[in-house]
Design a binder for this molecule. Structure first.
Ligand code: HEC
Ligand code: HEC
Length: 275
């Protein structure tokens, strides 16, 4: 009873809140100060789990708790419980530079990641070991090699069915309710591994797609489709006003509208001549 009351008092304390925010800011400040890539290549880490734990304690625990149990202050979630998030979620959040989050934000943003691949793996495995969430995928799980044009076209269909409602059908992203947004998936350096991890872990407002909804092969075809959109977006995708550059549907649309405009002009010119 008294323990509970004191816990409540601690949670409400404005000092604790200030200390948390201060700690988070200090971590961020420290990080940006040492953000040179040579740091991460320094002496090899002793063992993945213990160094993962150390990195987590230093960079993440102020918001997620020392054991990933989450932190709440006055009912406000400073960081959610991530014990069941899985290694793939940690890998996604860190490699996309979303975590450690820079102070309180409504939605974490993609930024430049300052951790090495080994450090991310270490933290991911440390958190992954706490629960049953999806693990870091192997290359073969999201490999696009050997996919046929037909399979990639199917990836485009899967993308339009499952993803375009939020990310736009050319992957350019879009606004969601409550001021949230689905980020663009092209032109921002999103990696194939991150696409797999996002699909399986559903960051923030994105749903989780289980392997029964989208198999690894399905995800690979979506990845291949997105790289195709990515590589052709330089060659006119933007100037076409967000119309997916590779889809046959888009071509048909352009030709169709072109035809209608031509027809309208033809009618107009006939009208002018008749007068
Ligand atoms: C300043 C506070 C803060 C710090 C520091 C921070 N996080 Fe977070 N984290 C959040 C918040 C808030 C969310 C939920 C909002 C969101 O996902 O955009 C979140 C979400 C996550 C998620 C997604 C949870 C899920 O269910 O998918 C993971 C994983 C995560 N954080 C891992 C980390 C790791 C690893 C670190 C350290 C490298 C870290 N965080 C540092 C605040 C923080
Ligand atoms: C209900 C809306 C919604 C749907 C449907 C959806 N997403 Fe997302 N997606 C989001 C949001 C919101 C985020 C940003 C999460 C964050 O801020 O942490 C996101 C983030 C991503 C990212 C990370 C991009 C980056 O900048 O790092 C990828 C990759 C992604 N989604 C791929 C997909 C794919 C592939 C599908 C379909 C299989 C899909 N999404 C379906 C809402 C959605």
């Amino acid at each position: 009873m008294s323990e509970r009351a004191s816990r409540r008092r601690t949670r409400r304390s404005p000092f604790r809140r200030a200390a948390l925010i201060g700690a988070a800011l200090a971590v961020m400040g420290g990080l940006s100060a040492i953000a040179s890539p040579t740091i991460s290549q320094a002496s090899p880490l002793p063992t993945e789990v213990s160094s993962g734990q150390q990195l987590f304690t230093k960079n993440c625990a102020s918001c997620h708790g020392l054991n990933g149990e989450g932190v709440k202050v006055n009912g406000t979630v400073i960081g959610p419980n991530i014990q069941e998030a899985g290694a793939a979620a940690v890998s996604f959040q860190m490699s996309s530079g979303r975590m450690p989050m820079a102070g309180q934000q409504k939605q974490s943003r993609r930024t430049t990641n300052t951790f090495s691949a080994e450090e991310i793996k270490a933290v991911a495995e440390y958190i992954g070991g706490m629960g049953t969430g999806p693990g870091i995928p192997t290359d073969s799980q999201y490999s696009t090699s050997g996919l046929t044009a037909e399979q990639i076209a199917k990836g485009g269909e899967l993308f339009r069915t499952n993803c375009s409602a939020c990310h736009n059908y050319a992957g350019k992203g879009g606004a969601l309710s409550d001021g949230n947004y689905a980020p663009p998936l092209t032109g921002t350096g999103v990696t194939n591994q991150e696409i797999w991890e996002a699909v399986r872990t559903g960051p923030q407002n994105m749903p989780v797609f289980s392997p029964t909804q989208l198999s690894d092969e399905d995800v690979s075809t979506v990845i291949a489709y997105l790289s195709e959109v990515n590589s052709s977006s330089d060659s006119g995708g933007y100037s076409l006003g967000g119309i997916g550059p590779v889809t046959e549907g888009a071509a048909a649309w352009i030709i169709g509208i072109g035809g209608l405009v031509g027809f309208a002009l033809w009618i107009a010119s006939r009208g002018a001549r008749a007068r």
